[in-house]
Unconditional design. Sequence first.
Length: 158
Amino acid sequence: MTENARPDLFVFRLGAWRFALPLERVNAAVRAAHAAQLPGAPELVLGMLNVRGEVLPVVDLGRRFGLPPRPVAPEDFFVIARSARRTLALRVDAVDGPARPGCEDASAPGHLPAVDGILGVAVLEDGLTVIFDLDACLSLDEEERLGEALARAGAQDG
């Protein structure tokens, strides 16, 4: 893979772990704020948030990876990112920002086992980071329940 073929990444932290999304999927990173409740939403959805006129579900990404649930803190961030189905606000602990992978490709076929929610691993100047599959953030059942909860709340889905 050539350097130009590797996508730029957006790096963030959950606990002691570093994760990244393809940069083109990320709209913004903002300081965390109170999320309004969203009754009937899947367990890992903390609520909903109005960001620039768009109602977004707030997802506790740490719970997806088995970290214990905790309330949103003022030092947290929301990474606003677009999955194949909708834009989400992902609660993360810290934001490192944009990064470009090095010349090694740790996620080349044969290097890593297939893991749901993980696209691969990138080698960055300061270490490895796990590339998160945003499209696998919510299961189809969770997506359906989220859509129904947003509809009941009168929020536009998508």
